[in-house]
Design a protein around this ligand. Structure first.
Ligand code: HEC
Length: 128
């Protein structure tokens, strides 16, 4: 009986460790230098549609919308959107074209900037 209890405990501990590790995201370091670099890249490549303040334009949606919470649109969604574009599905702005000339690290910096701004300013309801 005692052996069984110990075995169950070990399994629970192992499961606990594995669970949290896998959920962590690698693209969102809270690093000030990276965030600043991301802001520069964002303003040059994304702001004309998503807005200089991230709140959207007539060409694209607000990045502060609840629909872009990390749980719904993970960091990988940013890389895919930049590399392949994104067909219209959440809004009525049309399709997002792929954005040329950005490396994976560049997109990681943009994600750091967007996540930091989301954390500081909070989210707008979706649908607006
Ligand atoms: C020409 C306008 C335009 C530019 C430039 C643009 N986007 Fe978008 N983006 C859009 C539109 C429009 C959508 C919404 C598509 C929908 O869901 O209807 C979108 C959606 C997205 C999404 C959500 C994709 C998904 O999986 O739903 C992400 C992430 C994103 N953009 C990131 C970026 C980043 C980062 C940049 C800059 C590197 C950028 N966008 C530049 C227009 C643009």
């Amino acid at each position: 009986m005692r052996v069984l209890a110990a075995a169950v405990l070990v399994v629970l501990i192992l499961a606990g460790c594995g669970g949290t590790g896998a959920a962590e995201s690698s693209l969102t370091p809270q690093n000030e230098e990276l965030t600043e670099q991301g802001e520069t890249l964002y303003q040059a490549n994304c702001a004309r549609c998503h807005g200089t303040d991230l709140r959207g334009t007539s060409q694209g949606p607000s990045m502060l919308s609840e629909v872009y919470v990390p749980g719904h649109h993970a960091d990988a969604a940013f890389l895919i959107a930049v590399q392949r574009g994104s067909a219209q599905h959440h809004w009525r702005f049309g399709d997002m074209p792929a954005v040329e000339g950005l490396s994976t690290d560049d997109v990681g910096a943009i994600v750091a900037f967007v996540r930091e701004t989301q954390r500081i300013q909070g989210f707008e309801p979706y649908p607006p």
